[in-house]
Design a protein around this ligand. Sequence first.
Ligand code: AMP
Length: 218
Amino acid sequence: MISIWLFMGPPGCGKGTQASLIKSQYTDIYHLSTGDLLRSEIKANSVFGQRVKSFVEIGKLVPDELVLDIFSRTVSNFPSGSSVILDGFPRTLNQAESLSLQCSTNSFNLAGALWFNISSKVIVQRAVSRRVCVDCGEIYNTESKVPKILWNCDKCGGKVLHRKDDTEEIVSDRLLTYSKDTEPLKKFYSHKDLLFEIDAQEDTLLVQAQILRLLKKM
Ligand code: AMP
């Protein structure tokens, strides 16, 4: 049995940062970010990467069949007994329904959807100052988390860059996509009694404390 926790919310709400913080403290917890998976395919210039590149770079959702394909291929690699944080998946009703189906056919336990609530204004500010390691995905910030050697990753030495889809214009567009396609999933998980809300506007450590409290209850 694999336990699945969904980290959900608008782009830039801090779910990736929180997932990697939690993963670094618990060896049996895995972090699966569909955004990271897609970016690594693009970086490798694989056939799959070439198909998804144009969507990712302008902040549009990758078509469901492609995301479901990469998700199914990856999730089956996790060992039984582990817990997996899904970051950035599902993002559409079709993906959520497909995940529910995969849970019942593969005996995954969908433990809950943690929803990161945050205002759009803060999101745009955060995205504009966010920097990401192109090699390991570690997240930095020009204001609050600058690497020791500018701009090389503290963890792996990789280049730390501003993501092409983190500009003000593209983030505003991604927020519209989020309201239209992803926010309705809040109701979907609430009806299943699986919704747990988080105030993601707080400081990183306070957000982490809220998450750990919830995970212990699940
Ligand atoms: P993220 O790193 O989660 O912000 O995702 C970056 C980009 O990858 C998104 O703007 C989409 O283009 C694509 N992406 C990631 N996850 C999904 C998903 N579940 N469905 C569709 N597109 C996705």
